[in-house]
Design a protein around this ligand. Sequence first.
Ligand code: AMP
Ligand code: ZN
Length: 734
Amino acid sequence: MLRIYNTLAKRVEEIHPTTAGLIQMYTCGPTVYRDAHIGNMRTYLMADWVRRSLIHSGLEVTHIKNITDVGHMRQELVEAGGDKMLMAALAEGKTVQEIADMYAGRFFRDEARLNIMEATVFPWASHHIPEMVSIVESLVAKGHAYEKGGNLYFDVPSFPGYGKLSNNTGSDLLEGVRSEADPLKSDPRDFTLWKAAEPGRDLKWDSPWGPGFPGWHIECSAMASKYLGESFDIHTGGVDNIFPHHEDEIAQSEAAFGNQHVNYWIHAQHLLADGAKMAKSGGNVFLIEELIERGFSPLSFRYLCMTVRYRHRMNFTFTSLKAAEKALTGLRHRVWLWSQEPEAGGYEAQIEEYRRRFWEHVESDLDLPSALAMTWEMVRSELPGRAKMALLLEFDQMFGLDLDKAPDENLVAPDVTATLTARGEHREKADYSAADTIRGQLATGGYVVQDTPNGTLARPKTPLELRQDKWVSVSSSREVESYLNEPADLDFTFILNAYGYPGDVKRCIESMLTHAGDHSVEAIVIDNGSTDGTGELLEEMQGEHSNLRVVHCDHVIGDAASKNIGLMQSRGRNIVVMDGSAEITGDILSSIAQKLDDPTVGIFGPWGLSTGDMQHFHEEVEDGDADAMQAYCMAFRRESVNTVGLMRECFRFYRNLDIDYCFQFKDKGYRVVADSSLPLVRHEHRQWTELDDNQRDELSRKNFGRFLKRWGNRPDLLIAADAVGFENQQRFHH
Ligand code: AMP
Ligand code: ZN
């Protein structure tokens, strides 16, 4: 039987069902006016593994997963002004219900892709308003809730057990830290059960207190008690749900029903991406759909989640996803090979020992990494192939990787079978070169060919294998070699971070190569995870220009990381970083070379910025010293990179990265110098113009914060500081 960490008991406990043979389990489900991202899916996977382990113990599991389509919707609608799809749907005249249906459909599709077992019931919050109202009424009757101005609040001080799940009694709220405290609450910790509809709101329901809508927490109390009873076995969610959502749910349910609400609370830790909290503004929120677009099988994400304990934070990277996919393909490939082997008996004792060890790992607080490691030990053991296959498929009842389904990729077209037969004949005649040629043809045709003692087998390549045939790609700047310690052997390196928009990219590259003059130049273009054909265009251009080098990234790695790849790979004495929206229209390189001959100059370019307050940077320096240079075109000596360092990769978005990098130069005593007469033009900067106002605000604010945190106390670096004089500079420091 599964032993698992119970957030309520604060220790690992063995699960004992209240009703013999039956587990009743509730999982906080998705909010359906946006997509569930892979972090959310990690939490649902955890619940799926809990369920599979209990099923293995012979229990029947009733699993409820709610669909949140009401409640806190409006607040988030306002905050999520940046959700393009949502705004587009509303603009198209879609109703809130249609939007919810669409996102729920996408959620069900992703769960199926990940092989997550369907819940017994997926109750929709909007269909359970009467149940919620009735709990609120009984809370009022029992003196645990009160009405103020059409709103109903739970009276936290009336429930002595408050805080038992999270150890958070809301005392920080008591200290009045929250600025937007609701003046209607009699205690700042009280939370909303029902909220009166404000004028103009369309999502509202009648209630004894007038038209309104439910609070978020009450929906789970209502649906859980309806489908599982007033008290049930297991409740799951992500760690962010512990407080206030689950703490409040316990308070409401226990105050209303008088029983212990849930026996075992199980919470999954969060998924980070590229080392940072997943956030839309960071460009590191990934969906299952996007993994598929990039050639991955969704089940490789499932595999990846098994490599980290559910109670640990997990850092998602494309490098680790690639490794997971490789391992999963390896298991599939083996099942395919073993299935061709003859049946074999024996080895009962070893098999039983593997089985025992496997479930011991699983049931010890869902230790899937150990179960997986042991599985690989078994796969590499001396057991006959057929026995390994049987055991692996048995373990897969738990893993859920669908290793038993003959995947499409195992189906081989008849002409391939004929080719294989022909190849076999060549081999028999020891004509290995003819056999190798055929193997090569099959490989280019998208097949993996394997010679086994039972003959030659072929399987179609997976989408990822096919993609990797197209071009090599990297997942981070750390995978790229640095040549910075080697001497420069060219005059110039152009660096372009291509974030999509193939037309712009082409225009920019052609302008670099056309106006090189007598200088020896190379262009390094980083395909920053594009999916709009930019990668293909770059491959084509690379074939035509020997001095163009392309580095493909398998996802959007961010502006600084991308430019760092260019810096590390550069071989030119001088570096010119460009943006796809800029175009060179004449000889800029001679002026750049001349200017950078002056050792006091660190950065040179046409569009110089200045500031008086570190807050507002104005593009007003036409000639001479500036505070920073716009990254549309920014030139510096390659050797400076060894002094000032690479760019800071926390800048995933371009804004303020250029300013930040200029300050790195200034900090080392270099000047930033502008000359607006350089022959260049700027076109629409789509990376900016295609964002909506909310996204711009958020991205700018975050990057500005990064810049200010590092340089805010260094006004001595500004050109204005020279005018203010030394004494003031000293003051600035203190
Ligand atoms: P939501 O749609 O925001 O209600 O979230 C759905 C589920 O995903 C909840 O159980 C959350 O606790 C969980 N969750 C949210 N963010 C993450 C994350 N980054 N990693 C793992 N789980 C998450
Ligand atoms: Zn919930």
